[in-house]
Design a protein around this ligand. Structure first.
Ligand code: ZN
Ligand code: ZN
Ligand code: ZN
Length: 377
């Protein structure tokens, strides 16, 4: 039995079988999946073609699944054990109509579900080739599989968490007075790879007023004594699973007198949200646990995003930890718990851990201290 991206063919076969069953339950005749994390989840590999159609068609019934791929992209799928997966590989060359090729494998579908990240170009191309079929999204079908991580997936997430913790542990090497956010960010990106990731996917270094912008990138702002700095970093490990962790640092004694008390509120909120995680608890209650503490302290209007997002092959995926999501948490669900307080024009702070729901509670995958880390200027 072969292995691809650290996943055995047996596991991939089981995922494909569950995808068929989930499609049938959802009342769709076939899932049509373009390159991206859904494709990697189902067959263990994914290329990056854009204008040339690559499409995995997974019928709800017994017909074989088929990967339609441009002949020149096929080598990118050499590691995929097609025979063991029961997936047929069909290549096409420029000048052929790949949409007709997919349509010819579908019979007479009434409803097809296209992957959430399929380019509109191909969604409309497939519509033209199967005009009688209603199109819907495959995301809601596949998220039922992807949300619940198996033991191997949790192991990969745990490895990613440990790797990003090692980067945070080294922050004092780089985050110093007189350096720009961009210089610090370049060092962090190199360390993300050196500590065991395939690449750095994102590096946020939000110093001083830039920390009040949750999705700040890096800039040429120079780190000053007394700055509070939000560092939010992550990337995938070899199995494709991602890390994502935020810690907030102070460069010497914080300049603003309100930092210690405000940060204490945030730390209490993050802890309360993690402690709220266990099977059966609705996702929105984890958000409420953090938000209540921040709002009661008078900072409600400065906590301007949801408390967390699922994580796996994508950095942001289901389940979302947000008001209105009454999905009960289940063992194997993995997501961030990352409340923040953002004071426009002044400073901001965020604390982010990835956690996994266990049979009777929660396992945090990040273990760096949650206190404001004061670095020597
Ligand atoms: Zn974010
Ligand atoms: Zn993050
Ligand atoms: Zn995050």
């Amino acid at each position: 039995m072969s292995t691809v991206s650290g996943v055995t063919a047996a596991v991939l076969r089981a995922r494909l079988a569950r995808a068929r069953a989930a499609a049938a339950t959802a009342g769709v005749d076939a899932l049509l999946i373009a390159p991206g994390s859904d494709l990697r989840y189902l067959i263990g590999g994914s290329g990056t073609s854009f204008e040339r159609l690559t499409c995995l068609a997974v019928p709800a019934g017994d017909a074989p699944a088929v990967l339609v791929v441009p002949k020149l992209e096929a080598p990118g799928y050499a590691a995929v054990p097609f025979d063991e997966l029961g997936v047929e590989l069909v290549t096409w060359v420029d000048g052929e109509d790949p949409y007709a090729l997919v349509a010819s494998r579908l019979g007479r579908p009434v409803r097809v579900a296209v992957g959430d990240v399929m380019p509109a170009l191909h969604v409309l191309g497939l519509r033209g080739a199967v005009p009688a079929a209603e199109q819907t999204l495959a995301g809601p079908v596949l998220r039922e599989l992807r949300m619940r991580k198996d033991a191997a997936e949790v192991t990969a997430l745990r490895r990613a968490g440990a790797a990003i913790d090692r980067v945070h542990a080294r922050m004092g090497e780089w985050l110093r007075v007189g350096r720009t956010e961009a210089e610090v960010g370049a060092d962090i990106a190199a360390a993300i790879v050196a500590e065991g990731h395939v690449r750095a996917d994102f590096v946020i270094v939000g110093s001083g007023p830039n920390g009040a912008s949750p999705h700040h990138d890096v800039s040429d702002r120079v780190i000053e004594p007394g700055d509070v700095v939000v560092v939010d970093i992550g990337g995938p490990v070899a199995e494709g699973y991602n890390s994502d962790s935020t810690r907030t640092y102070a460069i010497g004694e914080p300049r603003d007198a309100d930092v210690a008390a405000t940060y204490a509120v945030l730390q209490a909120a993050q802890r309360a949200a993690v402690e709220a995680v266990r099977p059966g608890v609705p996702a929105q209650e984890v958000d409420a646990a953090a938000r209540r503490i921040i709002a009661d302290a008078g900072f409600g209007e400065y906590f301007i995003h949801r408390t967390g997002h699922g994580i796996g092959l994508d950095v942001h995926e289901d389940p979302y930890i947000v008001r209105g999501n009454d999905l009960p948490l289940e063992p194997g669900m993995a997501f961030s718990v990352e409340p923040g307080i953002y004071l426009p024009g002044r400073w901001g702070a965020r604390i982010e851990d990835i956690v996994v729901v266990t049979d009777d509670g929660v396992e945090p995958l990040n273990h760096r201290p949650h206190e404001l880390v004061v670095l020597p200027g």
